[in-house]
Design a protein around this ligand. Structure first.
Ligand SMILES: Cc1cc2nc3c(=O)[nH]c(=O)nc-3n(C[C@H](O)[C@H](O)[C@H](O)COP(=O)(O)OP(=O)(O)OC[C@H]3O[C@@H](n4cnc5c(N)ncnc54)[C@H](O)[C@@H]3O)c2cc1C
Length: 590
């Protein structure tokens, strides 16, 4: 609803609490003037409870649509969120031989190939009109055999991980051996390759993105042996790679070359299907988390202190900003390498899970929509929360403050590393997000510009808003060509800051409403602040990497280098899809 269509109430003050606002919207179907409505969760709960039946009627059709999904034929597949849907041939190999055979078959049939990991990416990176190779059965994590290494003593802490293994499963296996991953993002449901192929990262200025744990890559390429008709298999490592060429199995062509390795680490599947990787791990660790609510000017002052300042000096640092009120939750984390004394905290609970727990009146809304008991109640509450905010969008700013407060804890929290890093958001709260990385020299200006843009858009149209705090995270740089943290000289680089715009998906009537936020944000970020788009998050359809050429020549040159290497491994572009052809290969006509 546009601001211009708001009806001005005679008595503005009477509509300034959630009771009268909710009642007013249900009675008259409008929101009154643009304003901030303050409340606590108890008042909101009472207001929902009072009008539960009418709220239920207003959102019933959308809830039922969301729960039913809109999957049709078997050959039409859809990512988790449901914003990427396409028709294709699906293959689910169970082992290396089946994987190699299906790629050979695709070649004979002149079909393209795209591997699918967890299928979580919001961008159309998995899309294909040919074979979608689901890697769900290519799973397993095992210690790397010492016999193949140049230095067998280096085998400790090295693991071979099959491509479809979820990060969660890798973490579980490692813990049994007293080992851990260097870092995790806010979610561990991705497959090991799906995550690293798009540049997935956690937070901490000294911690590079997850692909930095890879030491060797076993790739089934888009090159074919002319006699067998089967794809050529490569083992790709850095120049000083770990494998002893003399004890290396001949079925895999060994390449030890930094340039090719840097292209393959984060490759969007453009060089072929990665069967497995060898990763390095660290001894198991715990994390001590401290949190503090401040306002954005205070947070900015602390961030301006730089890498040794009171936020960025921590092993992990995150800054969550409510763009509509300027309230900020600071997270500072230290790594503990010895077992902490005392009881450990359990897994983190996401802010929206915490909110829905406190809003028991949402159950009354559910009861008015469904007469039978609901199977996935938590998932349903996530959808209802988003639809409730769509129905009463003036509640959003204060609701986000309350959401941030659920995550604040004055007492330090100590837990296993994965319980701290994973924020617990997944299918229960269908969410979409765009994420952009910036140099450390421009990220604060970019964050200010983002906050201004978000406030402006919401004032123009009350539904052009993000239903979640904006987050800032940080990483060290990496030589991986396509990584959003790429640097020609990682050890000298000051790292990158990632700004994410997550939002509950069902707040929007269509993905185009989110795009109306993401697109101008992308344009401004790339053109003015040297922003780089996260490949596995939502990317506005008009974006191509050509936009980096004038504003970020370092990254553009790196992408060009990537393409030269990818061309060698997939000369016929059979591993490309419409997204890669347009965005990376810059082909026109898609
Ligand atoms: C709830 C949630 C939380 C998230 N949190 C974070 C976060 O904290 N930090 C962050 O950086 N990102 C985050 N993301 C983004 C996420 O990490 C990326 O979208 C990631 O790519 C998803 O992994 P996936 O296994 O689902 O990959 P998919 O979506 O299945 O695939 C992604 C890409 O990898 C390719 N690929 C997959 N397997 C192979 C293979 N075997 N060989 C070659 N190519 C392959 C695919 O072809 C595709 O190009 C989050 C996403 C969600 C849904």
């Amino acid at each position: 609803m546009c601001l211009s269509s708001f009806r001005w109430f005679r008595s503005v003050s009477s509509s300034d609490d959630p009771h009268s606002y909710i009642h007013g919207v249900l009675e008259r179907g409008d929101h009154g003037p643009y304003r901030h409505i303050q409340f606590d969760l108890r008042t909101l709960n009472d207001a929902i409870q009072k009008d539960a039946e009418r709220i239920a009627r207003s959102i019933e059709a959308d809830v039922k649509n969301a729960v039913a999904g809109n999957r049709d034929e078997e050959v039409t597949i859809q990512n988790h969120l449901g914003n990427v849907t396409f028709k294709c041939l699906v293959s689910t190999p169970h082992n290396l031989s089946e994987l190699v055979q299906i790629i050979g078959k695709a070649k004979r049939e002149n079909q393209s190939v795209k591997a699918i990991g967890g299928f979580y990416a919001f961008s159309p990176v998995c899309e294909t009109t040919g074979y979608a190779i689901k890697t769900d059965h290519l799973v397993g994590t095992s210690p790397t055999p010492a016999a193949t290494l140049k230095d067998p003593a280096r085998a400790e802490g090295l693991y071979d991980v099959l491509c479809g293994t979820s990060l969660q499963k890798v973490v579980e296996v490692l813990e049994k051996d007293g080992r851990a991953l260097l870092n995790l993002g806010g979610f561990a449901g991705q497959s090991s390759i799906g995550a690293t192929a798009t540049g997935t990262h956690g937070s901490g200025l000294t911690v590079p993105p997850l692909a930095s744990m890879i030491l060797g890559i076993n790739l089934i390429s888009g090159q074919f042996d002319t006699s067998s008709g089967l794809p050529v298999q490569y083992r790709i490592e850095p120049t000083n790679g770990i494998t002893n060429p003399k004890s290396h199995p001949p079925s895999w062509v060994l390449i030890q070359d930094d340039r090719e390795f840097n292209a393959a680490m984060t490759g969007l599947g453009a060089m072929g299907v990665i069967y497995s990787t060898t990763i390095t791990t660290v001894p198991f660790y715990w994390v001590r988390e401290l949190r503090e609510m401040v306002d954005w000017p205070t947070a900015k002052g602390l961030l301006e202190q730089g890498a040794q300042g009171d936020i960025l000096k921590y092993h992990n640092a995150e800054v969550w900003i409510n763009p509509y009120t300027s309230k900020v939750l600071l997270t500072r984390r230290e790594k503990l390498t010895t077992p902490p004394a005392g009881e450990l905290a359990g897994p983190n609970s996401h802010m929206f899970t915490a909110i829905t727990k406190d809003l028991s009146a949402l159950h009354a809304v559910v009861d008015h929509i469904f007469s039978d008991p609901v199977i996935d109640l938590e998932g349903l509450l996530g959808i209802i929360l988003a639809l409730l905010l769509r129905l009463f969008p003036l509640l959003l700013p204060a609701a986000l403050d309350l959401a941030l407060q659920t995550q604040d804890h004055v007492q330090p929290k100590v837990a296993k590393y994965y319980d701290i890093y994973e924020i617990g958001l997944a299918d229960n709260f269908p969410a979409i997000s765009t994420e952009i990385s910036y140099p450390m020299t421009s990220y604060l200006s970019a964050a200010d510009a983002t906050i201004s843009l978000l406030q402006k858009l919401r004032k123009q149209d009350i539904h052009q808003a993000v239903v979640s705090p904006v987050s800032l995270r940080f990483t060290a740089s990496t030589p991986a060509n396509l990584s959003m943290s790429y640097s020609t000289n990682p050890s000298q680089s000051s790292g990158r800051c990632y700004l994410e715009l997550p939002s509950l998906f069902y707040f929007y009537k269509s993905v185009q409403v989110y795009d109306a936020i993401s697109k101008p944000h992308t344009e401004e970020s790339v053109n003015m602040y040297q922003g780089r788009m996260h490949w596995g998050q939502y990317i506005t359809p008009s974006f191509t990497t050509l936009q980096y050429q004038p504003h970020d020549p370092e990254f553009y040159a790196s992408i060009t280098s990537f393409k030269e290497v990818a061309e060698k491994f997939d000369p016929g572009h059979m591993m490309a899809n419409a997204f890669l052809r347009k965005v990376i290969w810059l082909e026109t006509g898609n």
